[in-house]
Design a protein around this ligand. Structure first.
Ligand code: PLP
Length: 358
């Protein structure tokens, strides 16, 4: 097993590691120096786990409130302690400290920058991790283009495809020293094929959950048989790598912020609606516009009648982490309104009408 050394103040050693990986796997990620490109955000997490050499005897701490596929990938590999978050989506270092008390073998703690907003206590959490010799992963799947995103974690993981107009894309940044194993990668052709199928699916406008983009491209489902079933990593596809060169990041940030402000104006007209974030400070690039609703099913059903599937982050398994009451409550009440590049003019119009008459 590889020993993992966390330094108090991490030096960015990414370039060496990323360069050696890049050489083998088709080059780095255009516009994101030091990022190791993967097919999706979950592949970046898998890569971080493989660098850490986690075994079934190791324990990791995860927020219960996160994507099911992320939870699954850890539950399969090691012991998991879930922690709860606040109703404003913040992670409290005191809650983590209390959870850590008396626990041995905690190797990794994951925090999430929900919906593009950075965790306000991330530096305190990093300090707590450093004191306990725990590696901190900062999950930036939602916060790729938010200023300062990924600067705190020993590892930072990203989902390019959630923020940029791409069919696939994830990434890992390593901000600490260590001795790194050489992870196994799948052939680029696997990524290219999956990316192509995701594109075909979007052309056919297939919207069902069972055939959703994540499921089409996911190598963890049976949707598309792949040659290997081991833990090897899917790299970023050549399609996305090429496309990345032509994306204006400034324009993406602007469009996403503009759409967020559009929903802000729409919801301002109806005091019964409770946005999760009432302000959009400078430097934040949001994932979507999140509403907290006691009866979101009604809005979801009306939107579905109009052919629009609203996203819910996340429908948690009720049997997991029953002590994490706030996470379960958020799971029942939050709904995410789409923004660029997912918000099309017709959807904007239809949804705006539905939202205002809630
Ligand atoms: C917070 C968070 N982390 C990681 C992931 C995994 O990203 P991807 O879907 O690109 O694998 C997701 C996906 O929903 C997510 O919401």
């Amino acid at each position: 097993m590889t020993e993992f050394m966390i330094t108090e103040s991490p030096t960015i050693v990414t370039t060496d590691i990323a360069d050696s990986l890049k050489a083998d796997h088709g080059g780095g990620v255009p516009q994101f120096p030091g990022l190791i490109g993967t097919f999706m955000g979950r592949d970046a997490l898998t890569l971080a786990v493989s660098f850490l050499g986690l075994t079934e005897n190791d324990t990791v701490m995860l927020p219960l409130y996160t994507c099911k596929d992320v939870l699954k990938s850890f539950i399969k590999r090691c012991r998991v302690i879930f922690y709860d978050i606040g109703s404003d989506l913040t992670i409290d270092p005191d809650e983590l400290r209390a959870k850590l008390r008396g626990k041995d073998h905690v190797r990794m703690l994951l925090i999430t920058n929900y919906f593009g907003f950075l965790q306000p206590y991330r530096k305190e959490i990093k300090k707590l991790c450093a004191e306990s010799d725990i590696c901190m992963i900062e999950d930036c799947a939602h916060s790729l283009l938010t200023e300062g995103s990924g600067d705190t974690g020993d590892f930072s993981t990203y989902s390019l495809r959630k923020i940029l107009p791409l069919r696939d894309g994830g990434g890992l940044r390593i901000n600490c020293n260590g001795e790194w194993p050489n992870p196994k990668y799948r052939h680029m052709l696997s990524s290219d094929t999956l990316s192509f199928l995701a594109w075909a699916k979007s052309l056919l406008n297939i919207r069902s959950e069972t055939f959703s983009r994540a499921r089409v491209v996911s190598h963890t489902t049976q949707a598309i048989p792949l040659p290997t079933k081991d833990n090897s990593i899917l790299p970023l596809s050549r399609f996305s790598r090429r496309r990345m060169k032509h994306i204006s990041l400034a324009e993406v940030v602007k469009k996403r912020r503009d759409d967020f402000q559009f929903w802000q104006n729409v919801t301002d007209e109806n005091p019964a609606l409770v946005p999760m974030f009432t302000n959009l400070p400078i430097g934040i690039c949001p994932l979507g516009f999140v509403l907290r609703m006691k009866n979101r099913e009604f809005l979801e059903a009306r939107a579905r009648e109009e052919g629009i599937n609203l996203r819910v982050h996340w429908r948690l398994d009720a049997t997991l982490g029953s002590e994490c009451g706030t996470s379960h409550e958020l799971s029942r009440e939050l709904v995410t309104l789409p923004i660029y590049p997912e918000l099309e003019p017709r959807e904007r119009e239809v949804l705006a009408k539905l939202v205002t008459c809630q």
